[in-house]
Design a protein around this ligand. Structure first.
Ligand code: GLN
Length: 500
């Protein structure tokens, strides 16, 4: 299994690149010293990996880019990080992100925003956001500071920055990669994701970290993994045995979900995606228009559920056990825990996190619970049902065994879906008012990514090849998403590789 030996010169080379490039883009919030011994063994020997700042590493701080966790170092590695180290990867540092993963721009970070490192073909030097919340991970990959990065994707945080920075990013099926050691934002949605310049690098990293972990109660069990991979394998065998020369996608059914192509989407976004679809058709794929009617409610459902879970998760930052602690002023009754709590949280959390806590706490109050939280859960089930109806494979994680057996095959079902990853290219930094904290427009950027998150299914964003971009567009990258049934990550990556 041993590949290229990552010798001292190579490990130092990565650190040299960080020193050169990071000061202008702020992608990494800390870098780790080179490993003591050369990394020679394992499937990822020679691969430099940056890890998002909300994934625990024992040898460097994990702050979720929040003042609340300033200086906090975990006593252990997250399972995903441990597996990477065992596979010979060189963990080079921690990547900037929106505080606790909440945001779509990488604007809300205690370490300051990350700058999109994309080199515009015209040489223009306009500063743009990298997207969020895993903006540091995407920018680190795009600028060549590392080869692979781990991010987390709760509602689009890997796919959106991948799209804005011109790299690839996979949000795997929920439960395939352990969340042990990943600081929770919204547990029912959080996934560890992988970013790299090539689908090949994403796949080999995914293969190392996608294993069952008893320490994550939502880790997909062996039964679900085996059954879905057998079903996907059978599908892949039928596909490859039927292959025709020059038609690598012969026999693959690609769904085009009409709700993901709203009329408001500008032609400079739609045209490149259409070009990709056309090229898939030319390579033998059958293009099938499909409808996912619950899509229009997905965004509102997501923000209610994600905020509700966040408000509960973030209650642990009380300024007492760990994290930012503010002493009540002299003379006040310091035995009053509520005082400590309020002062510490007021200082420790940034504006976006506070907004989510308020929103989520409200959705969970007795008065609002039925109208907000329960409705959002119902919408979530509709979104799942929509996907289950159109995919030819059953869902081996979220469907009960009886429904799996009853999963009806019909002629209009598809293997994968294709749509644009984002509604626009990277937003210029000047466009977004730094001081305007009530700006909800950034929530809209997730409109195309949250449905797959609510359904827990795999989605891979791949940059649209340059030749397909619209000459009328602004020359910044656009991502196209390949989405599949739960457990179809391999299929999604195979198709993604053909797109790239
Ligand atoms: N932008 C979304 C949010 O702020 C998604 C974030 C994420 O996926 N971590 O909730």
């Amino acid at each position: 299994n041993s590949r290229r030996c990552l010798n001292t010169a190579a490990t130092n080379q990565w650190r040299q690149t960080i020193a050169e490039k990071n000061p202008t883009i702020n992608a990494l919030v800390c870098s780790t010293p080179p490993p003591d011994a050369p990394l020679c063994h394992g499937p990822l020997a020679g691969v430099a990996v940056a890890v998002k700042d909300n994934i625990a590493t024992y040898d460097s701080p994990t702050t979720c880019s929040s003042l609340m966790l300033d200086g906090f170092t975990s006593p252990f590695d997250a399972t995903a990080v441990k597996l990477l180290r065992e596979a010979g990867a060189d963990i080079i540092g921690k990547a900037n992100c929106d505080e606790f993963g909440m945001g779509s721009l990488n604007k809300y970070s205690h370490h300051g925003p990350t700058i999109n490192p994309y080199e515009h073909p015209s040489g223009q030097t306009e500063k743009r956001y990298p997207g969020g919340s895993s903006g540091g991970s995407a920018a680190a990959v795009a600028s060549g500071v590392c080869q692979v990065a781990l991010g987390t994707d709760t509602g689009g945080s890997v796919r959106l920055p991948a799209s804005y920075c011109g790299v690839s990013g996979l949000k795997p099926s929920y439960g395939l990669i352990s969340r042990w050691g990943v600081i929770s934002y919204a547990d029912s949605l959080d996934c560890v994701g992988v970013l790299a310049k090539t689908v090949h690098d994403i796949r080999r990293t995914f293969e190392v970290i996608a294993t069952y972990d008893a320490r994550d109660p939502t880790s997909a069990n062996t039964n679900a993994r085996t059954r879905s991979s057998e079903a996907v394998e059978a599908r892949l065998t039928r596909w490859t045995s039927d292959r025709k020369a020059g038609k690598p996608l012969h026999n693959i059914r690609v769904g085009i979900p009409q709700e993901f192509f709203p009329s408001e989407l500008s032609s400079s976004i739609i045209n490149p995606v259409r070009n990709v679809i056309r090229s898939l058709r030319d390579q033998g794929a059958s293009i099938v228009p499909v409808s996912l009617p619950s899509t229009s409610f997905a965004l509102s459902s997501y923000y209610v559920l994600a905020s509700a879970e966040a408000s509960s998760n973030l209650a642990r930052y009380d300024g007492i056990q760990y994290g930012c602690h503010v002493r009540p002023p002299l003379g006040s009754d310091i035995t009053k825990t509520s005082k400590n709590y309020a002062l510490s949280r007021t200082k420790g959390f940034g504006p976006e996190v506070k907004r989510r806590i308020l929103l989520g706490t409200y959705a969970l109050t007795a008065d609002a619970f039925d109208n907000y939280f329960l409705q959002a859960q119902r919408v979530r089930q509709h979104v799942r049902d929509d996907f289950n109806r159109i995919f030819s494979l059953p869902n081996f994680y979220f469907m009960d065994p009886v429904s799996q057996q009853q999963h009806q095959h019909s002629a209009d079902q598809v293997d994968i879906l294709i749509h644009s990853s984002a509604i626009r290219t990277a937003p210029p930094i000047d466009d977004v008012d730094e001081n305007k904290d009530d700006d909800l427009s950034s929530y809209v950027q997730d409109v195309l990514t949250v449905p797959a998150s609510l359904a827990g299914i795999p989605a891979l964003s791949v940059p649209v090849p340059k030749r397909f971009l619209d000459p009328q567009g602004d020359g910044w990258p656009i991502g196209v998403s390949v989405v599949g049934q739960w457990g179809s990550d391999e299929l999604v990556m195979r198709v993604g590789k053909i797109v790239e």
